[in-house]
Design a protein around this ligand. Sequence first.
Ligand SMILES: Cc1cc2nc3c(=O)[nH]c(=O)nc-3n(C[C@H](O)[C@H](O)[C@H](O)COP(=O)(O)OP(=O)(O)OC[C@H]3O[C@@H](n4cnc5c(N)ncnc54)[C@H](O)[C@@H]3O)c2cc1C
Length: 471
Amino acid sequence: MPFDTVILGSGFAGILAARTLASKGRKVLVLEARDRTGGRARSYEGGGGAPVDLGCSWIHGYNEGNPVKAMVKELGIAAHVPKPADALTYGPSGLIDPALVQKLNANLGAAVGAARVTALSTTATDASLASSLLDPSSPLFAGLKEEEKPLAIGLARTMQVGLGATLEKTSLRWNGFEDNYDGTNAAPEGGYQTVTSALQKQAEKDGAKFLLNQIVTGVTLLEDSSIEISTVSPSGENSTHSGRTVICSIPVGVLKHVPQSFFDPSLSVRKLAAIERVNVGTLGKLALFYSSPWWPSAASSITILPSSNPPALTPNSSALDLLSSTSLVIASFSSSSLPSPQPTLLIYLPTTICAQIEALPLAVVSQAAHDLLVSKMKPSEIPEGPVHAGMTSWTDDPFCRGATTTPVTVGGERTPLDFVELGKPEKGEWKGRLGFAGEHTEVDHRGSVAGAVESGLREGERIAGVLDRLD
Ligand SMILES: Cc1cc2nc3c(=O)[nH]c(=O)nc-3n(C[C@H](O)[C@H](O)[C@H](O)COP(=O)(O)OP(=O)(O)OC[C@H]3O[C@@H](n4cnc5c(N)ncnc54)[C@H](O)[C@@H]3O)c2cc1C
């Protein structure tokens, strides 16, 4: 007997779709390529203290309508909004005067606002966010001395962390199109994997079955209208599974690399073109765990701006040159407002250096990062290095191939409609029995946990309707 629905992937989207269908009494099988569930929810416990999230970490817009807040509450998991604490910003010559930082931030806010206004009146497909934000007449530079302008550019470049793409690659025309959750950030206690595990347990309680180490290699519609899903295990063992319907929550970075025969019949040309067009960004994290904090421990966030003449990068650049070349955003977990404080610095690896840094040995990267931070923050005594470190490898990870989708990038026929197309079920011979979920399938909340959650709920409900009609 085939399963009612086979779900490919067990991140937020796959688990939520499974929970929805299982709660309606449907027979559900979830096939996961990794040896764990959660996907890009990855809470690292190797540091010895509270788990540190190396994938998603924040519930963005916690007090501004993000539905993940209610979901986490319903699961009985606490979420913490860090108390307002000093944010420190360092430039090439050390700590920047807070009054100047305030001015730089106000200018950046005005420049982002002006870019949004310009976006509403342009049809140029090749104009980038950089062309507006960094234009000499931009509000970014209002009232600044010549020598302060590179600091303003460095601060603007911190936006690349959230974008997953450079300002030069991000489309101006579609800037601000998304209606994403913004404002208060909160972190779920125990890390985001606590949330995916709790959701998985609920789905399993209603009968959903999860199989790990099942790398899906093909999805074929058979003549009797059942769907055959082929998998291979990491040790090379082949299996097949059967379902009446399928929800694919495999990341679009992976779908870009599967052969066209992966889905048989093939996906529509419209969907294939959207898969090719959307951009998967890069973002990584480096966690440095210390026995005691040597940096100003009241600060919850530290920003390091590069010098105006950073070293030219080559494919062989050292870790220190890479880290010195860019604006770094760092979260400090020595704050007493967080549960089980562990002296940890979590460095976001932005798109300009992420792939190169992730390819270097962890010991080399962590030493270089420690040396750079010490040289910038100049503590009164030379501190001991980190006792432990952890780093992501999302860029080369075969089961996501990048961090998340980015906002629309410049050029070609790219529009936000691509994200709508990616969430559409396949019609034609598939007759809606093959659906798609995942962060990349939600136009407003793409790239976030909220988008993955909403897509899983959406596709679970839609497939439930398809199954009702098939019965
Ligand atoms: C560094 C980083 C920081 C982030 N920070 C935040 C944040 O603070 N807040 C926020 O809201 N969002 C954040 N995000 C985004 C968020 O993590 C993702 O949007 C969300 O987790 C995606 O869920 P998903 O279910 O769509 O995909 P995934 O979680 O990637 O799930 C897809 C699943 O499919 C599996 N899979 C892949 N290929 C196959 C195959 N062939 N066969 C079977 N299974 C397969 C994968 O192993 C994976 O388990 C961050 C992401 C990254 C990378």
